[in-house]
Design a protein. Structure first.
Length: 282
């Protein structure tokens, strides 16, 4: 549930949005995925729906918002392939609304994914939180992938979102702002900080990605680490989204935590090796 848009790179447009990336990667990994978002009644929106369909994502819950355009983001890359984003405001994914079909689908779901950016608009934020309450009552995993994009977040949004999830995924670039928002001492060792996050919010899992250095997964019984796989980096856009998709699939398939982290690191390394978040979208 959240954002679907086009990333406008210097060399042309690419399919994007954390939620949209996650949806496509989850579908490609074998899940039956329902995307919940909004697109404009425009060419960008038509193109976005075609990409969802190509990757096997169900779009029955993607609303066409007539008065707002499909979302776009201007992306620039550093020499190391890291992206910087300028996100267009008042996009269609800021205005989709809750409906009964959505409620029926949420009640049947095995997992629910959301992020922080996807809650930028009031209507989607209210709908996402309504869905999360249903998922919690049904003991369904609630996957939060922190995606901090200035200026579209504050401490309250971070805390509220973590309070509503059962699995928290964040990157090493996001850990300090998250700790500050949650009043947790950032000077503690990395593993102790993750454990305090888990304990404070009663989380089932906390997963931290560390770029080329792999990832850490903290669960109630301990910690699993993986050093990551080598990759020739084209860019890192969407790597974290694919990682989270792989983690979700592994959890639902009942895999062990070590296998879950290994598989997710492998998937993310593959995404880094090609340009854009989801390859071959055209």
């Amino acid at each position: 549930m959240g954002d679907g848009l086009w990333d406008l790179f210097p060399d042309g447009p690419r399919f994007g949005g954390a939620t949209a990336n996650y949806a496509c990667h989850s579908a490609r990994l074998g899940a039956n995925v329902n995307m919940v978002s909004g697109v404009g009644k425009d060419e960008w929106g038509d193109a976005l729906l075609k990409v969802y369909h190509k990757h096997g994502v169900n779009t029955d819950l993607v609303q066409i918002i007539k008065n707002y355009p499909t979302g776009t983001v201007h992306v620039e890359l550093t020499k190391s392939g890291l992206p910087t984003f300028t996100i267009g405001e008042n996009a269609a994914w800021d205005y989709w609304e809750w409906n009964q079909m959505m409620e029926r689908t949420v009640r049947q779901a095995d997992a629910l994914y959301f992020g922080t950016l996807g809650q930028r608009g009031k209507s989607p934020r209210d709908a996402i939180r309504r869905a999360l309450k249903i998922a919690k009552l049904n003991r369904v995993p609630r996957i939060l992938d922190i995606n901090l994009r200035a200026p579209f977040f504050d401490h309250a949004l971070i805390r509220d979102s973590i309070n509503l999830c059962s699995v928290l995924k964040l990157s090493d670039e996001e850990i300090l702002p998250v700790l500050q928002a949650c009043d947790i001492d950032g000077s503690k060792s990395g593993k102790n900080r993750l454990r305090e996050l888990q304990t404070k919010f009663g989380l089932d899992l906390v997963v931290l990605t560390k770029g080329a250095e792999g990832a850490v997964l903290l669960h109630s019984g301990g910690i699993v680490e993986h050093p990551g796989f080598p990759a020739t980096v084209a860019d890192t856009v969407g790597a974290g989204d694919s990682f989270t998709a792989s983690v979700t699939i592994g959890l639902l398939e009942g895999k062990g935590y070590a296998d879950i982290v290994t598989d997710a690191c492998k998937v993310a390394a593959g995404v880094c090796s090609h340009a854009g978040a989801v390859s071959d979208w055209g």
